[in-house]
Design a binder for this molecule. Structure first.
Ligand code: URA
Length: 193
């Protein structure tokens, strides 16, 4: 990833940001793409959004050592714009390989772009905080912390939603054990062929 030239983002990056955290994490958190600070340091969520993310995780409680964090695109989109579809497509094999290697029980997507990667029909305003299922894993979409920094109402939603992470983990254990229907069965199963 650090030497990738598959899309135009490599021309403007300082550092690619593959991700960080525990290789044994049960929870994979996927943001959108690196921002200014992440591009400078080569690490995910080290700016203001990252500080809010750390606060949110601490309430669960979880720390960065308990999880793995990466992004849909590994290089910073100029001026922090949304990544373009061809950039997301070029980076997709890296995210897929990370998912394979880490084999997390729960995928937490942060924001719309990341949620759409797994749930193209989803609407972040309706689906945030829902415990969904995707290809045998739990998918747990959250608002992006940057949206929470801009909007206090969204920050409150994030603070409420993140407390459901232990329930999302339990739901994944239930599905692995094939036990009685769990909370997630009340939500749409977004498994697709
Ligand atoms: N926002 C993201 O989506 N990812 C980061 O790594 C930092 C900010």
């Amino acid at each position: 990833m650090r030497s990738c030239t598959k899309c135009a983002l490599h021309q403007t990056r300082t550092n690619a940001v593959p991700g960080s955290g525990s290789p044994n994490a049960e929870i994979l958190i996927i943001g959108e793409g690196p921002g200014f600070n992440e591009d400078e340091q080569g690490l995910p969520f080290v700016g203001r959004s990252g500080k809010l993310l750390d606060e949110l995780l601490a309430a669960v409680p979880l720390s960065r050592d308990d999880i793995f964090i990466t992004n849909v695109v590994k290089c910073r989109p100029p001026d922090n714009r949304d990544p373009l579809p061809d950039e997301v497509a070029a980076c997709r094999p890296y995210l897929e390989r990370q998912l394979q290697l880490l084999n997390p029980k729960v995928i937490v997507t942060l924001g719309r772009v990341s949620m759409l990667r797994y749930y193209p029909e989803g609407k972040i305003s309706e689906d945030h905080g829902k415990i969904l299922e995707w290809e045998g894993r739990i998918l747990f979409p959250l608002y992006h912390p940057a949206a929470g920094l801009r909007n206090p109402a969204i920050k409150r939603e994030l603070q409420k939603d993140v407390l459901k992470l232990p329930e999302a983990l339990r739901a994944s254990t239930n599905s692995a054990n094939n036990s009685s229907p769990s909370e997630k069965n009340k939500e749409p199963n977004i498994n697709r062929p």
